[in-house]
Design a protein around this ligand. Structure first.
Ligand SMILES: Nc1ncnc2c1ncn2[C@@H]1O[C@H](COP(=O)(O)OP(=O)(O)OP(=O)(O)O)[C@@H](O)[C@H]1O
Ligand SMILES: Nc1nc2c(ncn2[C@@H]2O[C@H](COP(=O)(O)O)[C@@H](O)[C@H]2O)c(=O)[nH]1
Length: 217
């Protein structure tokens, strides 16, 4: 009866599924990027969390292929020359970077991708993938940030001081990011919840329904 008045009613989906998202999580050393990402992995196992390759020595407790891919400086440079790295930078004197295939394979499967990057890497990805969502993580104060680095006990004092000095400079990059999330002491759950909310909201943006994430890679 209705169809006689309206014609055929389409059963096609009203909107196409949103294209996969590239999410950048950045912020100064010790702010809690790894802690946030570890918890986000548990909450959102459907996301692809990219594992960085590095020339840095493995710390006690770090696992190959989980925390990093630990490679020699020579191997890292070979990958750079071969064009295999989507992004790379020297961070605190060590090579850090993301293999292109990790991102392109996940996007091709339709999977959202999460990258952990320093501010240099975040700038590179914004340039390569302008539709990426960038999140800058902060601690509630510089004093809290430093106390986390001290408690973590992963660097000798001289190297820790370099990280704190760098953190001061990195704070000036905050306006280049889409979102700022405050990872307050003892409130990791809230920070992770806010990041999950950002991901959900970004995927609902109208323009993303037909955008092609990472098409240019
Ligand atoms: N919300 C929080 N409250 C208390 N401690 C936290 C919180 N978030 C992270 N931490 C702790 O702070 C320390 C630094 O966190 P994490 O190693 O995740 O920082 P990061 O940003 O990944 O550092 P880096 O850039 O040097 O790798 C860790 O010991 C972690 O357990
Ligand atoms: N440009 C990139 N920076 C990265 C990447 N993965 C991690 N990082 C940054 O390195 C520092 C130091 O890490 P640590 O494990 O030695 O403490 C950290 O602040 C990250 O931001 C990457 O793939 N590219």
């Amino acid at each position: 009866m209705l169809e006689s008045q309206l014609g055929n009613l389409s059963t096609e989906p009203t909107v196409a599924p949103a294209k996969p998202l590239v999410v950048v999580i950045s912020g100064p050393s010790g702010v809690g990027k790894d802690a946030v990402i570890k918890q986000l992995q548990e909450a959102r196992p459907d996301l692809h969390f990219v594992v960085t390759a590095t020339s840095r020595q493995r710390r006690p407790g770090e696992q190959e292929g989980v925390d990093y891919f630990f490679v020699s400086e020579e191997r890292f440079k070979q990958w750079v020359h071969a064009g295999d790295m989507l992004e790379h930078a020297v961070v605190y004197g060590e090579y850090k970077g993301i293999q292109r295939s990790q991102v392109t394979n996940a996007l091709a499967r339709g999977t959202d991708v999460v990258l952990r990057l320093d501010v240099q890497g975040a700038a590179t990805i914004r340039h390569l993938i302008p539709e990426a969502v960038s999140i800058f993580l902060v601690a509630e104060s510089e004093a809290k940030l430093v106390s986390r680095l001290i408690a973590r006990k992963t660097e000798p004092l001289d190297k820790m001081l370099v990280r704190v000095e760098t953190a001061r400079q990195e704070m000036s990059c905050i306006q280049d990011f889409d979102y700022v999330v405050n990872n307050r002491d003892g409130e990791l759950d809230q920070a992770v919840g806010q990041i999950e909310a950002i991901i959900v909201a970004e995927k609902l943006k109208v323009w993303r329904q037909n955008a092609k994430a990472g098409e240019s890679l």
